[in-house]
Ligand binder design. Structure first.
Ligand code: F6P
Length: 459
């Protein structure tokens, strides 16, 4: 292969530029030109195919800095509808006119599905990313555990686990770039919420991202919350309320972390609005507030008034969303390193024309982290659907509302050395640099704009 395209699709992560960097560095070694398509699949859907040459003369452009969060080529949730064969043909012809021989998509489960129809026309591979840590399998047979039930509106899927436990070495794509930095942000947020809840005798409910996966919530254990509630386990209100009471009686405050996708017997607390993003993903909103309302009514005003701790339940229970800060900013060392490695691996797969494959990160105690690969078809269930990876039941203790022993074993290889010395040095040198008070933020978009070219040669 002489010329390939690369794009970043779906929600951004702090490690996208690191993956791009690793991909381009490997392409330089292999004498492959890399064109970065602007704003994910949107770039190829546009007739002008805006793009940036990321390695003119096989030298990485200076704007591509692996320490920078976000994506210098932009991202979007646009995907190509596999039914629209005309659009697919047009896209193929446009990329052909640019001399593109293969495509690397940096993305998650939605991106693999978006990439799939293109694999019929030219080789495509995926370099994984997502803060949700939900791209992969707990074990290779997991897709076969899904059961599909018919409903009046179509289908719903149920996960019927066949295994009580998984071995860490069995996990396919152990962790996705972006996850470690997201947990880094979340753990610090919890520490900070803790001291204010503690001082003001309040119950804090901290909502973290992750959609249907409780992986970020599980990792939040590093911030030492009192309880973690994950979407994979249906909320059992009586047990939760009694645990909150015990904690509050003992320590006069409590900190709960919930994944935004948590659900009770009536469904997902934050998904009841039924609004969707352009890629068809349900938008989660308000799970923490709904749980707070439930706790307020179950505990009641008198519970807080009796020891003069609060005037009412409303002021005693409060919620905070960590929000998009967990998706942005500088990636920590773990993410930077492995994202770059996976980017390089994806280019190698493409250079070998391993169509419809993804680069993966594996872990065993004896080897540490190693790179591998998987055919995307292995992620699909018997109906062809790719499901978001859930936190396996063996990683979470429903009794303690914390990671189980295996859950702790799972987290440690990722986080024990996740922060590099230079991460701390950057904080020290940059955050309160006097220059920040006088220099405006320099957006990479300004420099990249100067490099954007289009199919008709205009800029
Ligand atoms: O999939 C990544 C993610 O950050 C989810 O955790 C979250 O639900 C969603 O994207 C938020 O998307 P948006 O930025 O479009 O609101």
């Amino acid at each position: 292969m002489k010329r390939i395209a690369i794009l970043t699709a779906g929600g951004d992560t702090p490690a996208l530029n690191a993956t791009l960097f690793g991909a381009v560095q490997r392409a330089n070694e292999l004498d492959i030109e890399v064109y970065g398509l602007i704003k994910g699949f949107d770039g190829m859907l546009s007739e002008r195919v805006p793009h940036v040459r990321l390695n003119p003369l096989f030298t990485t452009i200076p704007e591509l800095d692996p320490c920078l969060g976000g994506s210098i080529i932009g991202s979007s949730r646009a995907y190509i509808d596999p039914e629209q064969t005309e659009v697919l043909k047009e896209v193929t012809s446009r990329l052909g006119r640019l001399g593109i021989q293969g495509l690397v998509c940096i993305g998650g489960d939605g991106t693999i599905s978006g990439m799939q129809p293109l694999t019929e026309f030219f080789p495509c591979v995926l370099a994984p990313k997502t803060i949700d840590n939900d791209l992969g399998l707990n074990h290779i047979d997991e897709p076969n555990e899904w059961v599909r039930d018919e409903t009046p509106d179509g289908f719903t899927y149920r996960h019927s686990h066949s295994r009580d436990e998984v071995g860490l070495g069995e996990i396919i794509n152990y962790v996705t770039p972006g996850y470690a930095t997201a947990v880094f942000v979340v753990a610090q947020s919890i520490e900070r919420i803790r001291t204010t809840a503690e001082s003001h005798r309040r119950i804090a409910i901290v909502e973290v991202m992750g959609r249907d996966s409780g992986s970020i919530a599980l990792g939040a254990a590093y911030g030492q919350p009192d309880m973690i509630l994950i979407p994979e386990v249906e909320l059992d209100y009586p047990t939760i309320v009694s645990r909150v009471r015990e904690l509050y009686d003992l320590q006069k405050h409590a900190v709960l972390v919930i994944g935004e996708g948590v659900r009770d017997s009536e469904g997902q607390l934050g998904a009841r609005s039924n609004s969707f993003d352009p890629a068809g993903n349900i938008l989660f909103t308000g799970a923490a507030e709904r749980l707070a309302d439930r706790l307020r009514s179950e505990l009641g005003d008198s519970y807080f008034q009796k020891n003069r701790r609060h005037d009412d339940a409303r002021s005693a229970v409060f919620t905070r969303k960590v929000g998009h800060t967990q998706r942005g900013g500088r990636p920590i060392l773990f993410d930077r390193f492995h994202a770059a490695q996976l980017g390089g691996k994806a280019v190698e797969l493409l250079s070998r024309e391993q169509n419809n494959f993804l680069a993966t990160l594996q872990y065993t105690e004896s080897t540490g982290f190693t790179l591998s690969e998987l055919s995307a078809s292995k992620l699909r269930d018997r109906w062809g659907t790719i499901h978001a990876r859930e936190v396996h039941p063996s990683l979470y203790s429903t009794r303690r509302f914390q990671p189980s022993e295996l859950g702790r074993e799972y987290l440690q290889p990722i986080f024990t050395h996740a922060i590099g010395h230079e991460d701390l040095e950057m904080l020290h040198a940059r955050l309160f640099h006097p220059g920040n008070l006088v220099t405006r933020y320099q957006s990479f978009n300004i420099e990249i704009q100067k490099r954007i070219r289009t199919l008709d040669g205009s800029s």
